[in-house]
Design a protein around this ligand. Structure first.
Ligand code: SAM
Ligand code: SF4
Length: 464
Protein backbone atom coordinates (compact mmCIF):
# COMPACT_ATOMS: atom_id res chain seq x y z
CA UNK A 1 0.00 0.00 0.00
CA UNK A 2 1.22 3.48 -0.87
CA UNK A 3 1.22 4.85 2.66
CA UNK A 4 3.52 2.11 3.98
CA UNK A 5 6.48 3.77 2.29
CA UNK A 6 5.45 7.35 3.02
CA UNK A 7 6.70 6.91 6.57
CA UNK A 8 9.34 4.28 7.21
CA UNK A 9 9.18 3.86 11.00
CA UNK A 10 11.97 1.32 11.10
CA UNK A 11 14.34 3.60 9.20
CA UNK A 12 13.51 6.43 11.61
CA UNK A 13 14.29 4.28 14.66
CA UNK A 14 17.57 3.05 13.11
CA UNK A 15 18.60 6.61 12.23
CA UNK A 16 17.89 7.80 15.77
CA UNK A 17 19.94 4.96 17.28
CA UNK A 18 22.86 5.52 14.90
CA UNK A 19 22.98 9.21 15.81
CA UNK A 20 23.52 8.46 19.51
CA UNK A 21 27.02 7.17 18.75
CA UNK A 22 27.83 9.79 16.17
CA UNK A 23 27.45 13.25 17.67
CA UNK A 24 30.94 14.51 18.48
CA UNK A 25 31.62 18.26 18.29
CA UNK A 26 33.29 17.81 14.90
CA UNK A 27 30.38 15.87 13.41
CA UNK A 28 27.82 18.39 14.69
CA UNK A 29 29.83 21.34 13.41
CA UNK A 30 30.17 19.68 9.98
CA UNK A 31 26.41 19.35 9.75
CA UNK A 32 25.96 22.97 10.80
CA UNK A 33 28.50 24.09 8.19
CA UNK A 34 26.62 22.13 5.52
CA UNK A 35 23.32 23.72 6.48
CA UNK A 36 24.76 27.13 5.59
CA UNK A 37 24.64 26.03 1.93
CA UNK A 38 20.84 26.37 2.23
CA UNK A 39 20.19 23.05 0.52
CA UNK A 40 18.64 21.34 3.54
CA UNK A 41 19.77 18.28 5.49
CA UNK A 42 19.14 14.55 5.24
CA UNK A 43 17.59 12.44 7.98
CA UNK A 44 20.86 11.24 9.51
CA UNK A 45 22.18 14.80 9.72
CA UNK A 46 18.98 15.97 11.35
CA UNK A 47 19.20 13.09 13.84
CA UNK A 48 22.71 14.22 14.76
CA UNK A 49 21.47 17.75 15.48
CA UNK A 50 18.66 16.36 17.61
CA UNK A 51 21.31 14.82 19.91
CA UNK A 52 22.87 18.20 20.67
CA UNK A 53 22.74 19.06 24.39
CA UNK A 54 26.08 20.65 25.30
CA UNK A 55 25.62 24.43 25.75
CA UNK A 56 28.39 25.37 23.29
CA UNK A 57 26.92 23.16 20.54
CA UNK A 58 23.41 24.36 21.26
CA UNK A 59 24.70 27.91 20.89
CA UNK A 60 26.21 26.97 17.49
CA UNK A 61 22.97 25.35 16.42
CA UNK A 62 20.90 28.41 17.34
CA UNK A 63 23.40 30.78 15.76
CA UNK A 64 23.30 28.82 12.49
CA UNK A 65 19.49 28.76 12.52
CA UNK A 66 19.45 32.55 13.03
CA UNK A 67 21.82 32.97 10.10
CA UNK A 68 19.71 30.80 7.77
CA UNK A 69 16.48 32.45 8.87
CA UNK A 70 17.98 35.85 8.20
CA UNK A 71 19.37 34.86 4.79
CA UNK A 72 16.08 33.51 3.50
CA UNK A 73 13.37 35.43 5.32
CA UNK A 74 15.20 38.55 6.44
CA UNK A 75 13.20 40.50 9.03
CA UNK A 76 9.75 39.62 7.73
CA UNK A 77 7.14 37.91 9.89
CA UNK A 78 3.79 37.08 8.30
CA UNK A 79 0.68 37.53 10.46
CA UNK A 80 -2.70 35.80 10.35
CA UNK A 81 -5.74 35.13 12.53
CA UNK A 82 -7.48 31.77 12.98
CA UNK A 83 -11.22 31.87 12.31
CA UNK A 84 -13.14 29.08 14.05
CA UNK A 85 -16.44 28.68 12.23
CA UNK A 86 -17.74 25.55 13.97
CA UNK A 87 -16.93 23.25 16.87
CA UNK A 88 -19.24 20.43 15.78
CA UNK A 89 -17.25 17.20 15.62
CA UNK A 90 -17.87 13.49 15.32
CA UNK A 91 -14.33 12.36 16.13
CA UNK A 92 -12.83 11.26 19.42
CA UNK A 93 -9.40 12.85 19.61
CA UNK A 94 -8.48 12.45 23.27
CA UNK A 95 -6.59 15.75 23.40
CA UNK A 96 -9.25 18.05 21.97
CA UNK A 97 -12.14 19.81 23.71
CA UNK A 98 -14.27 19.52 20.55
CA UNK A 99 -14.32 15.70 20.57
CA UNK A 100 -17.81 14.25 20.15
CA UNK A 101 -18.30 12.83 23.64
CA UNK A 102 -17.30 16.00 25.47
CA UNK A 103 -20.62 17.27 26.77
CA UNK A 104 -19.02 20.23 28.54
CA UNK A 105 -18.56 22.11 25.26
CA UNK A 106 -21.41 24.20 23.87
CA UNK A 107 -21.68 23.29 20.20
CA UNK A 108 -22.17 25.88 17.56
CA UNK A 109 -21.71 26.31 13.85
CA UNK A 110 -21.73 29.98 12.91
CA UNK A 111 -24.26 31.03 10.29
CA UNK A 112 -22.91 32.89 7.25
CA UNK A 113 -24.01 36.29 8.69
CA UNK A 114 -22.26 35.37 11.96
CA UNK A 115 -19.10 34.46 10.02
CA UNK A 116 -19.32 37.82 8.25
CA UNK A 117 -19.56 39.55 11.65
CA UNK A 118 -16.42 37.78 12.85
CA UNK A 119 -14.56 38.72 9.68
CA UNK A 120 -15.60 42.36 9.98
CA UNK A 121 -13.99 42.50 13.42
CA UNK A 122 -10.78 40.94 12.07
CA UNK A 123 -10.69 43.28 9.08
CA UNK A 124 -11.20 46.27 11.38
CA UNK A 125 -8.27 45.09 13.48
CA UNK A 126 -6.15 45.15 10.33
CA UNK A 127 -5.93 41.46 9.43
CA UNK A 128 -5.59 40.44 5.77
CA UNK A 129 -5.07 36.68 6.15
CA UNK A 130 -7.22 34.18 8.00
CA UNK A 131 -6.95 30.49 8.70
CA UNK A 132 -10.45 29.04 8.61
CA UNK A 133 -10.83 26.18 11.13
CA UNK A 134 -13.67 23.72 11.83
CA UNK A 135 -14.36 20.45 13.64
CA UNK A 136 -15.03 17.38 11.51
CA UNK A 137 -18.78 17.62 11.18
CA UNK A 138 -20.69 20.22 9.26
CA UNK A 139 -24.27 21.49 9.36
CA UNK A 140 -26.71 19.93 6.89
CA UNK A 141 -25.10 21.58 3.83
CA UNK A 142 -21.98 19.43 4.37
CA UNK A 143 -18.81 20.66 2.66
CA UNK A 144 -20.87 23.39 0.96
CA UNK A 145 -21.03 25.04 4.41
CA UNK A 146 -17.24 25.46 4.39
CA UNK A 147 -17.17 26.60 0.76
CA UNK A 148 -19.83 29.21 1.51
CA UNK A 149 -17.83 30.29 4.55
CA UNK A 150 -14.74 30.90 2.39
CA UNK A 151 -16.84 32.98 -0.02
CA UNK A 152 -18.33 34.90 2.91
CA UNK A 153 -14.87 35.72 4.24
CA UNK A 154 -13.75 37.11 0.87
CA UNK A 155 -16.98 39.12 0.50
CA UNK A 156 -16.60 41.24 3.64
CA UNK A 157 -15.33 44.79 3.11
CA UNK A 158 -14.96 47.34 5.85
CA UNK A 159 -13.36 50.74 5.43
CA UNK A 160 -10.26 50.22 3.29
CA UNK A 161 -9.82 46.61 4.35
CA UNK A 162 -10.71 43.08 3.37
CA UNK A 163 -9.34 39.57 3.82
CA UNK A 164 -7.13 38.73 0.85
CA UNK A 165 -6.14 35.16 1.61
CA UNK A 166 -8.13 32.38 3.27
CA UNK A 167 -6.12 29.34 4.34
CA UNK A 168 -8.11 26.36 5.51
CA UNK A 169 -7.59 23.76 8.25
CA UNK A 170 -10.38 21.21 7.90
CA UNK A 171 -10.67 17.42 7.86
CA UNK A 172 -9.32 15.41 4.87
CA UNK A 173 -11.47 15.38 1.72
CA UNK A 174 -11.81 13.26 -1.40
CA UNK A 175 -10.09 14.45 -4.61
CA UNK A 176 -13.42 15.67 -5.94
CA UNK A 177 -14.09 17.63 -2.74
CA UNK A 178 -10.59 19.11 -2.80
CA UNK A 179 -11.31 20.34 -6.32
CA UNK A 180 -14.35 22.19 -4.99
CA UNK A 181 -12.18 23.68 -2.24
CA UNK A 182 -9.63 24.83 -4.80
CA UNK A 183 -12.41 26.43 -6.85
CA UNK A 184 -13.29 28.85 -4.03
CA UNK A 185 -9.68 30.06 -4.16
CA UNK A 186 -8.23 29.00 -0.86
CA UNK A 187 -4.60 29.78 -0.15
CA UNK A 188 -2.99 26.92 1.77
CA UNK A 189 -4.74 23.68 2.70
CA UNK A 190 -3.40 22.83 6.13
CA UNK A 191 -3.73 19.52 7.97
CA UNK A 192 -1.71 18.08 10.83
CA UNK A 193 -1.07 14.36 11.05
CA UNK A 194 -1.01 14.94 14.86
CA UNK A 195 1.42 12.01 15.23
CA UNK A 196 3.15 9.94 12.59
CA UNK A 197 3.59 7.10 15.11
CA UNK A 198 0.90 4.69 13.99
CA UNK A 199 0.44 2.96 17.35
CA UNK A 200 0.21 6.25 19.28
CA UNK A 201 -2.15 7.55 16.60
CA UNK A 202 -4.45 4.61 17.16
CA UNK A 203 -4.39 5.09 20.95
CA UNK A 204 -5.35 8.77 20.86
CA UNK A 205 -7.94 8.73 18.07
CA UNK A 206 -10.71 6.55 19.38
CA UNK A 207 -13.55 7.10 17.00
CA UNK A 208 -14.88 8.74 13.86
CA UNK A 209 -13.21 9.02 10.45
CA UNK A 210 -10.08 10.47 12.00
CA UNK A 211 -9.29 7.10 13.60
CA UNK A 212 -8.15 6.03 10.11
CA UNK A 213 -4.42 6.92 10.00
CA UNK A 214 -4.10 6.11 6.30
CA UNK A 215 -7.01 8.30 5.21
CA UNK A 216 -5.37 11.20 7.01
CA UNK A 217 -1.79 10.71 5.87
CA UNK A 218 -2.85 10.43 2.24
CA UNK A 219 -4.92 13.66 2.42
CA UNK A 220 -2.14 15.80 0.90
CA UNK A 221 -1.81 13.36 -2.02
CA UNK A 222 -5.47 13.91 -2.82
CA UNK A 223 -5.15 17.68 -2.33
CA UNK A 224 -2.21 17.80 -4.75
CA UNK A 225 -4.01 15.57 -7.21
CA UNK A 226 -6.85 18.08 -7.12
CA UNK A 227 -4.42 20.87 -8.00
CA UNK A 228 -3.87 22.39 -4.54
CA UNK A 229 -0.10 22.83 -4.65
CA UNK A 230 0.14 24.86 -1.48
CA UNK A 231 -0.21 22.55 1.52
CA UNK A 232 0.79 22.82 5.18
CA UNK A 233 1.67 19.86 7.39
CA UNK A 234 2.47 19.48 11.09
CA UNK A 235 2.26 17.36 14.20
CA UNK A 236 0.84 18.00 17.63
CA UNK A 237 3.95 17.93 19.77
CA UNK A 238 3.50 16.10 23.05
CA UNK A 239 1.76 12.99 21.73
CA UNK A 240 4.88 11.00 20.75
CA UNK A 241 8.66 11.39 20.88
CA UNK A 242 9.45 14.69 19.11
CA UNK A 243 12.60 13.26 17.54
CA UNK A 244 10.57 10.58 15.79
CA UNK A 245 8.04 13.17 14.66
CA UNK A 246 10.67 15.46 13.12
CA UNK A 247 12.12 12.69 10.98
CA UNK A 248 8.63 11.58 9.98
CA UNK A 249 7.69 15.15 8.97
CA UNK A 250 10.80 15.21 6.78
CA UNK A 251 9.88 11.87 5.22
CA UNK A 252 6.39 13.15 4.49
CA UNK A 253 7.83 16.33 2.97
CA UNK A 254 10.24 14.34 0.77
CA UNK A 255 7.45 12.03 -0.32
CA UNK A 256 5.36 14.98 -1.51
CA UNK A 257 8.36 16.51 -3.24
CA UNK A 258 9.22 13.27 -5.05
CA UNK A 259 5.67 12.46 -6.09
CA UNK A 260 4.23 15.89 -6.84
CA UNK A 261 7.33 17.96 -7.54
CA UNK A 262 6.78 20.24 -4.55
CA UNK A 263 7.06 19.78 -0.80
CA UNK A 264 4.85 21.41 1.84
CA UNK A 265 4.67 25.20 1.80
CA UNK A 266 4.54 25.31 5.61
CA UNK A 267 5.14 23.20 8.68
CA UNK A 268 3.23 24.04 11.87
CA UNK A 269 4.61 23.31 15.29
CA UNK A 270 1.67 23.21 17.73
CA UNK A 271 2.33 21.85 21.22
CA UNK A 272 -0.44 20.28 23.28
CA UNK A 273 -2.26 22.87 25.38
CA UNK A 274 -4.82 22.31 28.14
CA UNK A 275 -8.33 21.69 26.82
CA UNK A 276 -11.55 21.24 28.81
CA UNK A 277 -12.20 17.67 29.95
CA UNK A 278 -8.99 16.33 28.44
CA UNK A 279 -6.58 14.75 30.84
CA UNK A 280 -4.18 14.06 27.97
CA UNK A 281 -4.02 17.74 26.97
CA UNK A 282 -2.95 18.73 30.50
CA UNK A 283 -0.59 15.75 30.87
CA UNK A 284 1.02 15.13 27.48
CA UNK A 285 2.43 11.61 27.15
CA UNK A 286 5.68 13.01 25.69
CA UNK A 287 5.99 16.59 26.97
CA UNK A 288 8.28 18.85 24.96
CA UNK A 289 10.35 21.21 27.12
CA UNK A 290 10.86 24.84 26.07
CA UNK A 291 14.48 24.05 25.27
CA UNK A 292 13.53 21.14 23.04
CA UNK A 293 10.90 23.33 21.43
CA UNK A 294 13.54 25.91 20.47
CA UNK A 295 15.62 23.05 19.07
CA UNK A 296 12.67 21.81 17.02
CA UNK A 297 12.27 25.21 15.37
CA UNK A 298 16.01 25.63 14.76
CA UNK A 299 16.47 22.12 13.33
CA UNK A 300 13.47 22.44 11.01
CA UNK A 301 14.84 25.77 9.80
CA UNK A 302 18.09 24.06 8.78
CA UNK A 303 16.50 20.87 7.43
CA UNK A 304 13.97 22.57 5.11
CA UNK A 305 15.18 26.16 4.77
CA UNK A 306 12.54 27.26 2.25
CA UNK A 307 9.53 25.86 4.08
CA UNK A 308 7.60 28.35 6.22
CA UNK A 309 7.32 27.55 9.93
CA UNK A 310 4.09 28.57 11.65
CA UNK A 311 3.79 29.34 15.34
CA UNK A 312 0.39 29.94 16.91
CA UNK A 313 -0.75 31.83 20.00
CA UNK A 314 -0.74 28.50 21.87
CA UNK A 315 2.75 29.60 22.96
CA UNK A 316 3.57 32.43 25.35
CA UNK A 317 4.78 35.81 24.10
CA UNK A 318 8.25 35.12 25.50
CA UNK A 319 8.78 31.83 23.71
CA UNK A 320 7.29 33.19 20.50
CA UNK A 321 9.79 36.05 20.58
CA UNK A 322 12.73 33.64 20.94
CA UNK A 323 11.63 31.40 18.10
CA UNK A 324 11.19 34.23 15.54
CA UNK A 325 14.94 34.53 15.27
CA UNK A 326 15.42 30.75 15.13
CA UNK A 327 13.18 30.11 12.18
CA UNK A 328 9.50 30.93 12.60
CA UNK A 329 8.17 32.81 9.56
CA UNK A 330 4.43 33.06 10.26
CA UNK A 331 2.51 33.74 13.46
CA UNK A 332 -1.08 34.14 14.50
CA UNK A 333 -2.05 37.11 16.66
CA UNK A 334 -5.02 38.25 18.70
CA UNK A 335 -6.56 34.77 18.36
CA UNK A 336 -9.77 33.17 19.63
CA UNK A 337 -10.41 29.42 19.38
CA UNK A 338 -14.14 29.59 20.11
CA UNK A 339 -16.56 30.12 17.19
CA UNK A 340 -17.91 33.68 17.51
CA UNK A 341 -15.07 34.71 19.85
CA UNK A 342 -14.11 37.87 17.94
CA UNK A 343 -17.50 39.54 17.58
CA UNK A 344 -18.55 38.71 21.15
CA UNK A 345 -15.07 39.54 22.46
CA UNK A 346 -15.18 36.34 24.49
CA UNK A 347 -12.80 33.52 25.21
CA UNK A 348 -15.49 31.17 26.52
CA UNK A 349 -13.73 28.12 27.94
CA UNK A 350 -16.81 26.05 27.34
CA UNK A 351 -16.66 26.74 23.58
CA UNK A 352 -12.89 26.93 22.97
CA UNK A 353 -10.70 24.22 21.52
CA UNK A 354 -7.76 24.77 23.84
CA UNK A 355 -6.34 27.56 25.96
CA UNK A 356 -3.93 30.12 24.57
CA UNK A 357 -0.55 31.28 25.81
CA UNK A 358 -0.55 34.72 24.16
CA UNK A 359 -3.67 36.83 24.68
CA UNK A 360 -2.34 40.15 23.43
CA UNK A 361 -4.33 42.10 20.83
CA UNK A 362 -2.92 42.45 17.29
CA UNK A 363 -1.76 46.05 17.80
CA UNK A 364 0.33 45.07 20.82
CA UNK A 365 1.88 42.06 19.05
CA UNK A 366 2.75 44.28 16.08
CA UNK A 367 4.34 46.90 18.29
CA UNK A 368 6.33 44.23 20.10
CA UNK A 369 7.67 42.58 16.96
CA UNK A 370 8.53 45.87 15.30
CA UNK A 371 10.40 46.92 18.43
CA UNK A 372 12.42 43.74 17.99
CA UNK A 373 13.36 44.91 14.48
CA UNK A 374 10.94 42.68 12.54
CA UNK A 375 8.62 43.83 9.78
CA UNK A 376 5.12 42.42 10.31
CA UNK A 377 3.81 41.40 6.89
CA UNK A 378 0.22 40.94 5.72
CA UNK A 379 1.39 40.16 2.21
CA UNK A 380 -0.73 37.96 -0.04
CA UNK A 381 1.10 38.85 -3.27
CA UNK A 382 2.54 35.46 -4.24
CA UNK A 383 -0.71 33.66 -3.99
CA UNK A 384 -2.63 36.29 -5.93
CA UNK A 385 0.00 36.45 -8.68
CA UNK A 386 -0.01 32.65 -8.97
CA UNK A 387 3.43 32.25 -7.39
CA UNK A 388 2.54 29.03 -5.55
CA UNK A 389 3.93 25.49 -5.39
CA UNK A 390 6.95 24.96 -7.65
CA UNK A 391 6.78 28.50 -9.08
CA UNK A 392 7.25 29.88 -5.58
CA UNK A 393 10.21 27.58 -4.90
CA UNK A 394 11.85 28.43 -8.21
CA UNK A 395 11.93 32.05 -7.07
CA UNK A 396 12.68 31.29 -3.42
CA UNK A 397 15.71 29.07 -3.92
CA UNK A 398 17.99 31.55 -5.68
CA UNK A 399 16.88 34.22 -3.19
CA UNK A 400 14.81 36.07 -5.83
CA UNK A 401 11.66 35.97 -3.76
CA UNK A 402 12.99 38.54 -1.31
CA UNK A 403 12.88 41.11 -4.08
CA UNK A 404 9.10 40.72 -3.89
CA UNK A 405 8.58 39.78 -0.25
CA UNK A 406 10.51 42.64 1.31
CA UNK A 407 8.73 45.46 -0.59
CA UNK A 408 5.38 43.69 -0.14
CA UNK A 409 5.99 43.34 3.59
CA UNK A 410 6.76 47.04 3.82
CA UNK A 411 3.71 48.14 1.83
CA UNK A 412 1.28 45.91 3.78
CA UNK A 413 2.82 46.97 7.07
CA UNK A 414 2.52 50.63 6.04
CA UNK A 415 -1.14 49.99 5.18
CA UNK A 416 -1.64 48.64 8.67
CA UNK A 417 0.09 51.62 10.26
CA UNK A 418 -1.97 54.12 8.23
CA UNK A 419 -5.36 52.47 8.75
CA UNK A 420 -5.36 50.60 12.07
CA UNK A 421 -2.38 51.22 14.35
CA UNK A 422 -2.44 53.05 17.66
CA UNK A 423 -0.26 56.19 17.79
CA UNK A 424 2.43 54.39 19.73
CA UNK A 425 2.54 51.44 17.31
CA UNK A 426 2.63 53.80 14.34
CA UNK A 427 5.64 55.58 15.78
CA UNK A 428 7.50 52.33 16.47
CA UNK A 429 6.46 50.87 13.11
CA UNK A 430 7.59 53.86 11.02
CA UNK A 431 10.96 53.67 12.71
CA UNK A 432 11.22 49.92 11.94
CA UNK A 433 10.36 50.56 8.27
CA UNK A 434 13.02 53.28 8.05
CA UNK A 435 15.66 51.01 9.55
CA UNK A 436 14.67 48.11 7.32
CA UNK A 437 14.81 50.24 4.16
CA UNK A 438 18.34 51.29 5.04
CA UNK A 439 19.46 47.62 5.00
CA UNK A 440 17.95 46.80 1.59
CA UNK A 441 19.73 46.53 -1.76
CA UNK A 442 19.19 49.45 -4.12
CA UNK A 443 16.66 47.88 -6.55
CA UNK A 444 14.18 46.38 -4.04
CA UNK A 445 14.59 49.46 -1.88
CA UNK A 446 13.60 51.71 -4.77
CA UNK A 447 10.60 49.53 -5.44
CA UNK A 448 9.65 49.50 -1.75
CA UNK A 449 9.94 53.30 -1.51
CA UNK A 450 7.71 53.76 -4.55
CA UNK A 451 5.10 51.40 -3.07
CA UNK A 452 5.34 53.16 0.26
CA UNK A 453 4.61 56.51 -1.44
CA UNK A 454 1.52 55.03 -3.09
CA UNK A 455 0.24 53.74 0.26
CA UNK A 456 0.81 57.11 1.91
CA UNK A 457 -1.03 58.82 -0.95
CA UNK A 458 -4.05 56.66 -0.18
CA UNK A 459 -3.71 53.69 -2.55
CA UNK A 460 -4.29 50.24 -1.06
CA UNK A 461 -3.40 46.65 -1.93
CA UNK A 462 -0.16 47.59 -3.66
CA UNK A 463 2.03 44.54 -4.33
CA UNK A 464 4.63 43.24 -6.72
N1 SAM B 1 -10.89 19.13 12.99
C1 SAM B 1 -9.87 19.17 12.01
C2 SAM B 1 -8.72 18.26 12.36
O1 SAM B 1 -8.70 17.73 13.45
O2 SAM B 1 -7.86 18.13 11.52
C3 SAM B 1 -9.31 20.54 11.77
C4 SAM B 1 -9.29 21.56 12.85
S1 SAM B 1 -8.56 21.12 14.40
C5 SAM B 1 -9.62 22.18 15.24
C6 SAM B 1 -6.98 21.91 14.24
C7 SAM B 1 -5.86 21.35 15.06
O3 SAM B 1 -5.99 21.70 16.43
C8 SAM B 1 -5.71 19.86 15.12
O4 SAM B 1 -5.13 19.36 13.96
C9 SAM B 1 -4.83 19.67 16.35
O5 SAM B 1 -3.47 19.53 16.02
C10 SAM B 1 -5.01 20.97 17.13
N2 SAM B 1 -5.41 20.71 18.53
C11 SAM B 1 -6.42 19.94 18.96
N3 SAM B 1 -6.42 19.90 20.32
C12 SAM B 1 -5.37 20.64 20.75
C13 SAM B 1 -4.82 20.97 22.03
N4 SAM B 1 -5.35 20.51 23.14
N5 SAM B 1 -3.72 21.75 22.08
C14 SAM B 1 -3.16 22.24 20.94
N6 SAM B 1 -3.64 21.97 19.71
C15 SAM B 1 -4.73 21.18 19.61
FE1 SF4 C 1 -12.55 17.14 16.08
FE2 SF4 C 1 -10.30 18.14 15.00
FE3 SF4 C 1 -10.76 18.31 17.63
FE4 SF4 C 1 -10.23 15.97 16.58
S1 SF4 C 1 -8.83 17.76 16.63
S2 SF4 C 1 -11.88 16.38 18.05
S3 SF4 C 1 -11.22 16.15 14.61
S4 SF4 C 1 -11.91 19.29 16.03
Amino acid sequence: MEETYMIDERRIHNTLVAATTNSSDAVVNDVLAKSRHLRGLDESEVAILMQVRAPHLLANLFETARWVKDRIYGRRLVLFAPLYISNLCRNECLYCAFRAKNKEVKRRALTQPEIAREVKVLVEQGHKRVLLVAGESYPKEGLQYVLDAVKTVYSVKSGKGEIRRVNVNIAPLTVEEFRRLKDVEIGTYQLFQETYDRSVYQRVHLGGVKADYDWRITAMNRAMEAGIDDVGIGVLFGLADWRFEILAILQHASYLDEHFGVGPHTISVPRLEPATCSDMASHPPHPVSDEDFRKIVAILRLAVPYTGIIMSTRETARLRRETFALGVSQISAGSRTNPGGYSTDSRADDESQFSLGDHRPLDEVIRDISEMGYIPSFCTGCYRLGRTGQDFLDLAKPGEIRKHCDPNAISTFAEYLEDYASDETRRVGEKAIGEFLSTMDAAPRKRAEAMLREIREGQRDVFC
